[in-house]
Design a protein around this ligand. Structure first.
Ligand code: HEC
Length: 125
């Protein structure tokens, strides 16, 4: 009977960790998603433009592009933008295939980790 206990515990523990990860977003996984999906057009660690604006410190900073209804790129704004850029700004040049919900959550966790709240108290301009 006891020999099943370790397997059972491992199973319960992995389910718990998976659930926590799914809710909060996995920043390390988000880093990989960003490198694959965003670096063709964006620098991740520079402010300079590649095809789109640099994403350094993107979390909670003001947009560097016109035509979006956000003062800051907070989690909700980033999620909406990444879900459907053309739904937010119909003539945007950011034309990308859809990003899955889990990938968006992980990307946002990564950007939060990278910015580490440093821009939170700065004015939005
Ligand atoms: C095909 C090229 C392309 C890809 C791939 C791409 N973007 Fe963009 N992105 C752009 C362009 C171009 C703009 C500016 C759009 C405009 O001015 O309408 C932009 C703008 C943005 C902005 C607003 C930046 C600011 O300073 O206001 C964010 C945030 C952003 N992209 C995030 C991402 C993320 C995260 C990914 C990866 C999941 C990604 N983009 C993938 C081209 C791309």
């Amino acid at each position: 009977m006891n020999r099943y206990l370790p397997n059972l515990l491992a199973c319960v523990i992995s389910v718990v960790f998976f659930s926590i990860g799914a809710q909060a977003g996995d920043a390390e996984r988000g880093r990989i998603v960003a490198e694959v999906r965003c670096t063709p057009c964006h620098h991740l660690h520079l402010e300079s433009i590649r095809i789109g604006p640099g994403l350094k410190g993107i979390y909670n900073r003001a947009p560097r592009m016109s035509g979006v209804p956000y003062a800051r790129w907070d989690a909700a704004a980033l999620d909406a933008w990444l879900k459907d850029p053309r739904g937010i700004k119909p003539n945007t040049k950011m034309a990308i295939p859809p990003i899955a919900e889990k990938d968006r959550a992980d990307l946002i966790a990564y950007f939060i980790m990278e910015t580490n709240g440093a821009n939170q108290d700065k004015p939005s301009q």
